[in-house]
Design a protein around this ligand. Structure first.
Ligand SMILES: [Zn+2]
Length: 375
């Protein structure tokens, strides 16, 4: 008898992770980071997703109660490395609880910080910033692929390589340069040439196709090239580029729709991020138009914000001496780590809900911010 169950799509933890990794490729995480799947099995079916900034024991309990076997957090609960799991710290107890209840813990951390549509893109959106760009664009991420294909196969091979993600320049897709010329080859013993004969030099019309790509897509792109190309031996070249990748990098800079007085800008921060207070540097009596942001600890970008001509830099976790780095040339504002990243939960939730509208994706109800204010 036919049952609905036969056709029911089983969502795996892997399929949820793959969707997130399309937006924030794991290779974009910082070297010190530990983003990725921390506990659990990617092949397990997913009963529901709970999204949070930090995984605590209370969040694991919430996941159990709500039947979510996948917790997606911004911060990796396992960060420094664990030498034993005996429950002597809250991190160990959280990991033990997750494993005991078969809950997968996945962290999407600096890789989500480093993409334009990530943590900082969401902050910029909440503040209404326009004309946004990375504050410190990623370097060395772009490569160039050139390959040669018989002219009458150029369209099909180009399409296949585009489908694997090559040819993206900013908001433009399917960018390539094509030139026609004559290719020659002499098939050696043991070859089975697509065209021509062994031992006889062949010459034919070929198209040279050039396109850039992000290095982490290289294996998928080459696989697509080799699969679609008619030749036994594909002639291709890959070049490193010094171009900066405008879609990825640290921090973000953008412009307010209209300049604001400094106190109005600080009030905007208080309202947008529901802050009881803002720690900031001396008011300079200058309007705020260009705004740099970095969710979480962003003091390493104060110099970049200055060089980019920002009127204000909004970040968190600033130490006393780091406030001096503003050099009285911009308004430096510390809005709190959790507060600066709070919209990351909505960001992850929205990405999952857009793709899986009917699937159980929940935002945590647990408050995980360990910082309280007495004022
Ligand atoms: Zn953070």
């Amino acid at each position: 008898m036919y049952t609905a169950a036969i056709n029911r799509h089983v969502m795996t933890i892997r399929s949820v992770i793959q969707l997130l990794e399309e937006i924030a490729p794991p290779v974009l995480q910082e070297p010190y980071d530990n983003a990725g799947l921390l506990t659990g099995h990617a092949a397990d079916s997913c009963t529901g997703v709970l999204v949070c900034l930090d995984v605590t024991e209370a969040v694991v309990e919430e996941a159990v109660a709500k039947r979510c076997n996948l917790v997606i957090a911004h911060h990796p609960v396992i960060f420094k490395g664990l030498k034993s799991l005996t429950g002597k710290s809250s991190v160990e107890r959280t990991v033990i609880a997750a494993i005991r209840h078969h809950i997968a813990l996945y962290a999407i951390h600096t890789n989500l910080d480093n993409v334009m549509q990530g943590v900082n893109g969401r902050i910029a959106r909440q503040l209404g910033l326009l004309n946004t760009a990375p504050l410190l664009p990623l370097q060395g991420a772009l490569r160039k692929l050139c390959f040669y294909v018989p002219a009458d196969h150029a369209d099909a091979v180009r399409d296949a390589v585009f489908s694997a993600g090559a040819g993206q320049v900013g908001a433009y897709r399917e960018c390539s340069f094509n030139s026609n010329g004559t290719g020659t080859f002499l098939p050696g013993p043991g070859t089975q040439p697509f065209t021509g004969q062994q031992g006889i030099r062949h010459s034919g019309e070929e198209t040279r196709i050039e396109m850039i790509f992000q290095y982490w897509k290289e294996s998928a792109i080459l696989e697509a090239l080799f699969r679609a190309h008619p030749y036994e031996e594909v002639a291709y070249e890959i070049y490193p580029l010094n171009n900066r990748l405008q879609e990825a990098g640290s921090g973000l800079i953008g412009e307010l729709p209209a300049p604001l007085a400094e106190t109005d800008f600080l009030q905007l921060l208080k309202t947008t991020f529901s802050l009881p207070l803002v720690r900031h540097t001396l008011l300079r009596n200058q309007p705020i138009r260009k705004v740099a942001v970095c969710g979480g600890a962003g003091s390493f970008l104060t110099g970049n914000a200055l060089r980019a001509g920002a009127d204000a830099f909004v970040t968190a976790d600033l130490k006393y001496h780091e406030f001096f780095d503003a050099e009285n040339r911009l308004l430096l504002a510390d809005i709190g780590h959790y507060e600066s990243e709070q919209f990351t939960i909505d960001l992850i939730f929205d990405v999952l809900k857009e793709k899986y509208p009917t699937f159980a994706v929940l935002k945590t109800d647990t408050r995980t911010n360990p910082v309280y204010y007495f004022y």
